[in-house]
Design a protein around this ligand. Sequence first.
Ligand code: DHB
Ligand code: MG
Length: 212
Amino acid sequence: MAATYEQISAYHAFLSQHDDPVLKRMEVEAARDRFPIIGPAAGKFCYLMARATGARRIFELGSGYGYSTLWFARAVRENGGGVVHHTVWDEELSRRARANVGEAGYEDLVQFHVAEAVQTLMDAEGPFDIIFNDIDKDGYPASLPVMKEKLRVGGLILIDNMIWHGAIFDPSDQTPATQGVREFTHRLMADTDFLFQLIPVRDGIIAALRVA
Ligand code: DHB
Ligand code: MG
């Protein structure tokens, strides 16, 4: 019997159950607002990557309510402390993220930037252990050299929406967002300084390890 995508997604969700009240409230709010947070399965995967690599310096390139930020902040604290950078253009989103991060008790670990994300990474002092990328998808290809410069050798890029709701499989879809996701993947394939794989959780996260 072949499993359906829905069955696999439901199983991912089942295996991602947690009892963090702030994350839970954010999941409810995001569903209500139709705001595309990464959700518990991808969030827990990011947390696991951060724990596994002992990450203490994490940069989020494009953030939202602070949902992924909180998963990373938890890992950084458990790894001994450090910093998670939250970057977003929108002041209201940044304000909500500050409130969420504060309520969860991680304000000491998170630095908030209200600015263009790639420029903020360019200006940040590296290197980082993990860079999580969730900016507008048409900006993905141009962000790769900046992430590479700011990532330590042995560090990880985690990048969201690499399936883009299946749009990448539709050749008639030539929109800038879909092209951005495709082109980023091609550039990563061409760069032998990275080892990577697509993790089929939610909308697909690529994990790319900088090996040189
Ligand atoms: C959507 C989902 C995302 O994870 C994102 O970063 C941007 C948009 C969406 O579902 O439209
Ligand atoms: Mg996303």
